[in-house]
Design a binder for this molecule. Sequence first.
Ligand code: ARG
Length: 455
Amino acid sequence: MKAWKGRFSKAATSSADEFNASIEFDQRLYKDDIKGSIAHATMLGKQGIIAKEEADLIVKTLKEIEADIDAGKVEFTIESEDIHMNIETVLTERIGDVGKKLHTARSRNDQVAVDIRLYLKDEIAAIDALLKTLMSTLSDLAETHQNTVMPGYTHLQRAQPVTLAYHLLAYYQMFKRDASRFADCLARMDYLPLGSGALAGTTYTTDRDFLADELGFKGVCPNAMDAVADRDFAIEFISCCSITMMHLSRFCEELILWSSVEFSFVEIDDAYSTGSSIMPQKKNPDMAELIRGKSGRVYGDLMSLLTICKGLPLAYNKDLQEDKLPVFDAGDTLKASVNIFTEMIATMKVNGDNMEHAAKYGYMNATDAADYLVTKGIPFRDCHEIIGGIVLHCINKGIAIEEMSMEEFKSFSDKFEDDIYDKIAIRSCIEAKKSKGSTSFESVKQQLADIRKEK
Ligand code: ARG
C-alpha cells in the first residue's frame, strides 16, 4: 500500500510503478538511509516530538534491518518505489504504528538529499585514499628513475631531453591537484539538508544542529529550499571525477604509445595486458585503453547530470531521482580506473636504454647549442638561426650535432670552441637547467624532497 493512498482512488498500473521506481539502483544507499533515519529518530525522541521509548524502538529496529539487508535477508519491492519507502515499509511491518512515526518532520526530499551527501562523503574519502596510493607509487617510481633520460615532447615531436622522474612528477602534481579538488568539493558539500522538509521547513521544534553533529556534517544548510532542490555538489563531484579521468587518460595514451614497438619505452606486465584471439604475437595495453575509453563515460555522466538539472523549477522535481545513476557510475568508474592504473604502473618495466637512445637522436640539444652561442655574446635570435642551419646540415648528413667535427662547427660560427661537445652532451643539457621546477637532476631531487615533506 502506498504512503499516499489516502488521496488516490486508483492504484498505479504495474508499468507506472516500474517506471517510477528507483529501488533497483538506489538500494546501494541503504546504509546512508538508515544512518540518517537513526539520527532523525534520535532527534525526534530527544525533542519530545515522539516518545523516547518509541525513538529507541525505531533505532533498535533500524539496526536490525540494516544487519538483515547486509545478510541479504530483506527483499525490496518495486511497489515501495525507492530505498526510503522500502526501509520504512519493512520498519512498519516489524513494529507497526511506531514505525509510521519515523517520517514526522521529514520529507523524502530532505531524506534523499542527506543520503546522497552521506554517500558522497564516503566516496570522496575512498577516492582520496586511492589517489594518495597512486601519488606515492608515482613518487617511488620517480625516485628510482632520476637518472633515466628520455625525450621530452611537444606536438609529440622530440623537443628537449628530460628525465623520466621529471615526467612522472608532472603527473604527481596533476593528481595532487585532483585530490585537493575533491577536498574542496567535500568542504562545500559538508552541510546537512535533513530537517528541510519537503521545501519550506517544518512546523516541529527539531534540532538540526544536533542532526548535523550526529551525522558528521560541519553545519546545516542555511536555506531549506536550496537544500532539497540543488545537486550542484553532485555535479561538482562528477566534475572532479572527470578531471581526474582526463589526467589518467592522458597518461594512458602515453603508455599505449610507449608500449608500442615503435617507442619501446615501457613494457606493461603480462598480468595487465591481453592477447589477440587471432594474432599470436599481440600483447595489447587493454587496461590503459579502457581507462582512456571510460573517461568518455564519466564525461557523459557529467553532461547527464548538468542536463537533468538545467531546466528544473525550484524546489524538488522527480527528475532528480535520475541523479544517482551518473553519480554512482562516475565514482565507480574512477575508483576502478585509479586502482588498476596504479597496479599497472607499479609493475610495468621501463626500458631506460631505449628512452635514452631516443633522447640522443632527435636534435634535442639544439636549444642548448643555441644557448651556448648566447654565452659567447651572440643574440639569441641569431643563435637560433645558426643552429637551425646546423640541424639541417646534420639531417642531410644523417648525423647528430655532437657528431660534427670542430671544422664543421667553425664553418657555422667561429665562436664554437672544444667545450661545445661537453655542453651539448645529453646529460649536460639536463644538468644545465637552472630555473626552479626544471628537469635538472638537482631540481628533481628537490621536487622529490618537497613531496616527501608533504607526506
Ligand atoms: N526516490 C526519490 C529520489 O531519488 C526520493 C525523493 C522522492 N520525493 C518525492 N517527492 N517524490 O529523488
